[in-house]
Design a protein around this ligand. Structure first.
Ligand code: NAD
Length: 269
């Protein structure tokens, strides 16, 4: 059997035109009120996605929504604390009740705290793990259930170069981002045959409010990372949009359990 006789091997003339098409899909972007999540939400808005910006920061969410609307896109804001299971489950119910489905989940809500390992405050360790890891997991679980019912969906978690390599004063963050990749792989294999793909994006150090906030406590972590960068510049939030569109779209249909590094080659060194 060859391409001429086997439908599976033919490539329709409009194949590429539909491959990255996200029009009218429904995406929830946690942490969409700031930084990387805001950029991804705006990128999705430009792609014709109906975007739900889910964040505890209502002012930030409103700003992202205004940008999407000004650019001709569709968005709503949803006040959501990703660490609150009741809140997360209600958000998933709300999105499906409103739009009839949820196609894409981006877990970008997260934070960082800098302190030397020997003095790392226990409550800060718990806070970072609870937000970055458990918050991501709760959203995967609640929105994943909706996707399982549809037998289709794409989940994109925010990993980090810190999912793979260490840097100083970041024990909780490193633990959380290693954990996010574990969850990403585990859910990917549990849900592959039910139509759900689960991947991660692994950014380098980025220009964002989070990076600026963490640097107020110490520049040690950022200086350590900067000294190892192949180019002396931080990533820009918009430079993650291509990866977020790819992983959300049918173009990545064979991609699951994967971390797409957007690290400017950091891990190559
Ligand atoms: N900035 C970087 O250099 C960098 C690099 C790699 C990975 N990341 C990851 O990307 C993600 C986004 O980072 P960012 O730089 O955009 O940070 P940011 O601080 O700019 O944005 C994070 C957003 O998460 C929201 N948030 C915090 N707690 C929340 C909660 N409980 N429920 C819902 N929303 C909550 C905040 O309100 C904020 O809008 C994080 O997971 C971060 O670890 C960032």
């Amino acid at each position: 059997m060859d391409a001429a006789t086997d439908d599976r091997l033919t490539i329709p003339a409009d194949y590429l035109a539909t491959l990255f098409d996200l029009r009218d899909r429904v995406a929830v972007v946690t942490g969409g009120g700031s930084g990387l999540g805001a950029a991804i939400a705006i990128g999705y808005g430009q792609a014709g996605v109906r975007v739900v910006i889910a964040d505890i920061n209502d002012v930030g969410s409103a700003a992202t929504k205004a940008t999407i609307a000004a650019q001709g896109g569709s968005a709503e804001t949803l006040h959501l604390d990703v660490t609150d299971k009741t809140d997360v489950d209600a958000a998933a119910d709300h999105v499906v009740a409103t739009y009839g489905r949820v196609d894409i989940l981006v877990n970008s809500a997260g934070s960082a705290f800098r302190a030397p390992a020997e003095d790392f405050p226990e409550e800060k360790f718990d806070f970072i793990l609870n937000l970055n890891l458990k918050g991501t997991y709760l959203c995967c679980q609640a929105f994943g259930r909706k996707m399982l019912a549809q037998r289709k969906g794409s989940i994109i978690n925010l990993g980090s170069i810190g999912s793979f390599v260490g840097y100083p004063w970041a024990s909780a963050y490193l633990a959380s981002k290693g954990g996010v990749l574990g969850v990403t792989r585990g859910l990917a294999l549990e849900w592959r045959d039910r139509g759900i793909r689960v991947n991660a994006i692994g950014p380098t150090l980025m220009e964002s409010p989070l990076t600026r906030m963490a640097a107020q406590r110490t520049s040690l972590t950022a200086d350590f990372i900067r000294a190892r960068m192949l180019r002396p510049r931080l990533g820009l939030p918009r430079e993650l949009i291509g990866a977020a569109v790819f992983l959300a779209s049918d173009a990545s249909d064979l991609v699951t359990g994967h971390t797409l590094m957007c690290d400017d080659g950091y891990l190559a060194a």
